[in-house]
Design a protein around this ligand. Structure first.
Ligand SMILES: Nc1ncnc2c1ncn2[C@@H]1O[C@H](COP(=O)(O)OP(=O)(O)O)[C@@H](O)[C@H]1O
Ligand SMILES: [Mg+2]
Length: 237
């Protein structure tokens, strides 16, 4: 496992990134179930949100109500939510030895606010540094698929009567740019990031992800007696 970023950190921190409908939420659940089946305590959480304070900001951020404040302000509010999420959910869980599987994290700000807002990289780098305070994911899974496929999945999930959110409703070129921006991060940080083909069937994606986790984070194999528990394990309360 890569070195822990903080002396009190004992659990591993896995983040899932990718466009709308890529399967982040679905796969976060699969990962946590597989970890628990091996006797490893794991929680799933998400951004924006993941703590009571950050969930309040989530509603504001996804409604588009603060879009007019500009991309920098939006990035700062995402970061404020992230600080609350780290302080109240992620860091305490990691310190207790619980693995944290997070649906979106700092790369989403780099990609969405960087791509959409055209914010200079230096601003986002500095903002990320003060926000994360050295808390880096041990592993980031970038779920990659053509944006049309992801947006169609997201629309089907939402149903016809619910409006798309602030980012989902951006045009296809925006989503193409997001995809490329994620691939650029993966290429720049291969020690942290792995790209997964998310256009496969759900179970195939889950297996591909598990293979990555098992090779990158060997502690995920759990106790020596753990056999291939597959998806059978029920999540603990
Ligand atoms: N590999 C897959 N193939 C087809 N549909 C999928 C797959 N993974 C997830 N889905 C479905 O697509 C929709 C979006 O998945 P979700 O996990 O919510 O994506 P995200 O969190 O990345 O936006 C959901 O309805 C989900 O059931
Ligand atoms: Mg989701």
């Amino acid at each position: 496992m890569p070195p822990a970023s903080s002396s009190v950190r004992k659990g591993a921190f896995i983040t899932l990134e990718g466009g709308e409908g890529a399967g982040k939420t679905t796969q976060a659940r699969h990962i946590a179930e597989r970890l628990r089946a091996r006797g490893i305590e794991a929680i799933t959480t998400r951004e924006p949100g993941g703590s009571p304070g950050a969930e309040i900001l989530r509603d504001v951020l996804l409604s588009g109500k603060i879009k007019d404040l500009g991309a920098k302000a939006e990035a700062i509010i995402f970061s404020a939510a992230r600080i609350d999420h780290i302080d109240h959910t992620i860091a305490p869980a990691l310190a207790a030895g619980t693995w944290v599987v997070c649906d979106r994290f700092a790369d989403s700000t780099r990609v969405y606010q960087g791509t959409f807002g055209g914010i200079e990289a230096e601003f986002l780098t500095l903002l990320e540094r003060v926000t994360l305070n050295d808390l880096r994911p041990d592993l980031t899974l970038i779920l990659d698929l053509p944006p049309e496929v992801g947006l169609a999945r997201a629309a089907a999930r939402r149903g016809p009567d619910v409006a798309s959110d602030r980012f989902e409703s951006e045009g296809i070129l925006f989503h193409e740019a997001l995809r490329q921006a994620y691939l650029d991060i993966a290429a720049a940080e291969p020690q942290r990031c792995v790209v997964v083909d998310a256009a496969q069937e759900e179970d195939e994606v889950a297996q591909a992800i598990w293979d990555v986790i098992a090779s990158r984070l060997p502690a995920a194999a759990g106790p020596a007696s753990a056999e291939q528990a597959g998806e059978a394990g029920e999540p603990e309360a």
